[in-house]
Design a protein around this ligand. Sequence first.
Ligand code: G3I
Length: 376
Amino acid sequence: MKQINYLVIVFIGATLLCNCSAGKKTTSPAASIPSLKDVFKNDFAIGTALNTAQIEGKDPKAAALVEQQFNMATPENIMKAEVIHPEWNRYNFEPGDQLVSYGEKNKIRINAHTLIWHSQLPAFARQIQSADSFRLFFQQHISTVAGHYRGKVFSWDVVNEALNEDGTMRKSVFLNKLGEGFVTEAFRMAAAASPGTELYYNDYNNEQPAKRAGCIRLIKMIQAAGVRIDGVGIQGHWHAGKVPLQDIEQSIIEYSALGLKVMFTELDLEVLPRDFQGADVSQQMKNSPAMNPYPNALPDSVQQLLARDYSSLFKLFLKYRENVTRVTFWGVNDGQSWLNGWPVPGRTNYPLLFDREFKPKPAFYSVIATKQASAN
Ligand code: G3I
């Protein structure tokens, strides 16, 4: 009964909003649907990750939807060190510059991603032996890359995924060569190179109690050194049916209490089987028909589960709209999600609000209806 009521609300909400916006003139493939960025304009920014083809302007259908729906964007890969800093003395700023111009043209603010991450490092950096040379790479990388985008991007994910699940420091090349002070140092250098840019620590599962405690320890360490940190990103790679709402709420409360903005930076809800949580790209699983249960279409029951979970999440985000400043989806549509290729290559996944034809899914309408219900 509860489920039927819920579906009726979603349907009515969606119908109402579709009718309201029907007169809007736009060239989008989904011209008659409401716009997330407009619906949540008084609450928080709505972002998407953009892949290389989208940034290079080779995906016009995605572009139409992005311009209609989102007011922030995060590059999925092109600002990571292996792409932007491929050799010791060579930087590849072209794709990032293209993204900045795209954002300026379309009033989409850019969250730059990411300065310091153990993954997707260029080969030359992985081969550096001495701690002094590694420190030089670290310093030059931050000052050159953050300096290049000074005044051009809204924010930086300064340090990404520095923690283990138990809240201790990940044994990364940064920790091994520089010690845990590298986190504070990264923020200090980013603030100097790009003073007007918001600076964030970003991780997955940092809503979980042990990892959250580790994250709070890091934040306090940065703050105690008198170094600026503006926010903490909770990536939000969760599973439909297992979204940890209580932990998320507690995290918003605890991170906000440190004076930080909270953002959900890489939101997607996986619907396929997996035997672990999180987004550690080094973890892989074998493919089999059982691992890829919906190769042609998502059953209605799972669509509805996804819709309910997205609705619960947005209800929570709205409750803390004073603290939550951005919600970014990790991809434009289901076909473009990284979850089609990880942790099992070649699966058909459905974690986002738009389907492979860029059409809104029931989850999209449930998010819109959640806002409608909160406004009443
Ligand atoms: O660059 C090569 C390209 O030269 C080659 O032609 C192509 C062939 O497969 O592969 C390309 O590299 C891929 C890269 O994406 C760019 O498409 C890598 O194999 C692939 O592993 C990489 O995946 C990215 C992943 O980070 C790698 O760590 C995903 O697109 C990206 O969505 C994902 O994003 C991370 C966030 O940055 C941090 N949080 C977790 C999140 C999900 O893992």
